[in-house]
Design a protein around this ligand. Structure first.
Ligand code: C2E
Ligand code: CA
Ligand code: CA
Length: 255
């Protein structure tokens, strides 16, 4: 816990970036995924340290660091013609989303740094939304007015209340990787995938499948109208220099 506090103070966190592609395999976005470069243990997974940070009251500090690093990268990409229209997805924990003045301070940060809010996609889970639906609505409305986008992460694993889906300015559903993994294995999970895609269409939202690892999964998703893809089949999360090296010659398109 002392180590984690030091890590925040000493900026031992780094964002890795994972590509998001459209149906033609064109790069349209990236998801920022945090890693801890531990001085002795090497790269530590967020699955290990995020729960620790949550238990020890350090999650807000970590969340601020992630947002800071993400916005810094977004600003850089916005200035490079090749990456100018690349969208960046950043994950938020509930503590961060419900912090006093969250929407106002994020808006101020974007204005101050001249970052196009339309390039920013904030991801959170359904349970984050349902913690405080009223405040969620308030924050989302304020931010969506300036152009910030919102995605529901791990969609299908939570509450999936259709009421909230139609009442909030949501832009994207991210199909949880547990369903994608079972395409071709479990007919019920494949049916859930189809239902989520249809639901996104009905609600006028985009839909992204995460954890796409095989060509068979991609084909199934494509056949059922999924428009966006993320997973090891296209690229793992990597540090920014490797991300840029991998996508240097590919087309980047805005959606
Ligand atoms: P997530 O937001 O659902 O992120 C997707 C996770 O799936 C990432 O794990 C990614 O590396 C992994 N993944 C991507 N494609 C594939 C695939 O094809 N196959 C498999 N098996 N896995 C794939 P990662 O980076 O370890 O992150 C785990 C979780 O930690 C994230 O799940 C998210 O909930 C949380 N997290 C990561 N970075 C951040 C962050 O910056 N802020 C917050 N609040 N949470 C974060
Ligand atoms: Ca995510
Ligand atoms: Ca997810």
């Amino acid at each position: 816990m002392r180590e984690l506090r030091e890590a925040i103070r000493e900026h031992q966190f780094e964002l890795y970036y994972q590509p998001q592609l459209d149906v033609d395999g064109v790069l349209v976005g990236a998801e920022a995924l945090v890693r801890w470069n531990h001085p002795e243990r090497g790269v530590v997974s967020p699955i290990e340290f995020i729960p620790l940070a949550e238990q020890n009251g350090l999650i807000l500090g970590l969340g601020h660091e992630v947002l800071e690093l993400g916005l810094e990268q977004l600003k850089k990409w916005q200035q490079v013609p090749h990456y100018r229209s690349l969208k960046l997805s950043i994950n938020l924990v509930p503590e961060q989303f419900y912090e006093d003045g969250f929407a106002k301070s994020l808006e101020a940060l974007l204005t101050e740094r001249e970052i196009d809010p339309k390039l920013l996609m904030l991801e959170f889970t359904e349970s984050t939304l349902l913690d405080n639906l009223e405040l969620a609505r308030f924050n989302m409305q304020q931010l969506s007015e300036i152009g910030v986008h919102f995605a529901i992460d791990d969609f299908g694993t939570g509450y999936s209340s259709l009421t909230y889906l139609s009442q909030l300015p949501l832009d994207m559903l991210k199909i949880d990787q547990s369903f994608v993994r079972n395409i071709g294995v479990n007919v019920k999970d494949a049916a859930i995938v189809r239902t989520i895609i249809d639901m996104a269409y009905t609600l006028d939202m985009s839909v992204l499948a995460e954890g796409v690892e095989t060509e068979a999964q991609r084909k199934f998703l494509l056949g059922h109208g999924c428009t966006l893809y993320q997973g090891y089949l296209f690229g793992r999360p990597v540090p920014v220099d490797r991300f840029e090296a991998a996508w240097a010659v590919s087309a980047v398109k805005s959606v």
